[in-house]
Design a binder for this molecule. Structure first.
Ligand SMILES: *Cc1c(COP(=O)(O)O)cnc(C)c1O
Length: 241
């Protein structure tokens, strides 16, 4: 029987093939795109195999799970929080994250700015974030509506610690991923429209979009970060009961 490490290595190869094919179709260099391995369904032990397989960007959707895995996984890892951050979990989460993908309200944005502004030791000097946009307009989803963005610009421009680096979205699940394309194209259109309208250190460059089912399409539409869980970890051991 193949070891978990062998299985993971093979699956990474398959994902890498899909990444390269989609980049080739879109005429984009592969190194423009970061693969974020979303480890939420698997164990810290499995997540811990990733750095030695060349994957340094790891993502979690729940803050508590990110705290736990960040403590357990050794090596040179950059943690991404891709799910909702409650304000009472900000303090503990901020020192651990490389990029927060899921800023979904003005209240959260203000609380992040306030926390990072505290004296050294408690906060951090800058916090790179993405704004989560509900581009598919599903009622159950977190995120800003696309039409909220123009009204947010003055507030975003005033942030000193929180650095807005781009936009994130989750497409609705579709049997045929081709049907996700309009959602991804809408996010890219939004980024392109507002890109030059925020002062430094903000820059609206990054597009975090694409998951197991639809990342090929997201890449064709300009994704710079893809968030992949199932294609890597389905059926591998978890830490749960
Ligand atoms: C779980 C999750 C992913 C990974 O999704 P898969 O379909 O398992 O690849 C990506 N983004 C977010 C926000 C998630 O919660």
């Amino acid at each position: 029987m193949a070891s978990v490490e062998q299985i993971l290595k093979e699956r990474l190869g398959g994902v890498e093939d899909r990444l390269r094919d989609a980049c080739r179709r879109a005429g984009r260099p592969r190194d423009e795109v970061t693969l974020v391995a979303v480890t939420k369904t698997t164990s810290a032990a499995v997540a811990g195999l990733l750095p030695s397989l060349g994957v340094r960007d790891l993502g979690e959707s729940r803050p508590q799970e990110l705290w736990r895995k960040a403590a357990a996984v050794a090596g040179d890892v950059r943690w991404h929080l891709v799910g909702h951050l409650q304000r009472n979990k900000i303090e503990r989460t901020l020192p651990l994250v490389h990029l927060l993908h899921s800023v979904d309200s003005l209240r959260l944005l203000r609380a992040l700015e306030e926390t990072t502004n505290r004296p050294a030791g408690e906060g951090r000097s800058t916090l790179p974030v993405l704004l989560e946009i509900n581009a598919s307009r599903e009622a159950a989803k977190h995120g800003f509506a696309p039409e909220d963005l123009p009204g947010l610009l003055p507030e975003l421009a005033g942030l000193r610690r929180v650095q807005v680096c781009g936009l994130m979205t989750m497409a609705a699940y579709e049997q045929d991923p081709e049907r996700c394309r309009p959602t991804f194209a809408a996010l890219r259109g939004l980024r392109d429209r507002f890109r030059g309208r925020l002062p430094a250190p903000h820059r609206l460059d990054e597009l975090s979009m694409g998951m197991t089912n639809d990342f090929d399409i997201a890449l064709e539409e300009g994704a710079t970060l893809v968030r992949i869980g199932t294609a890597l970890f389905e059926g591998l051991p978890g830490d749960g009961p």
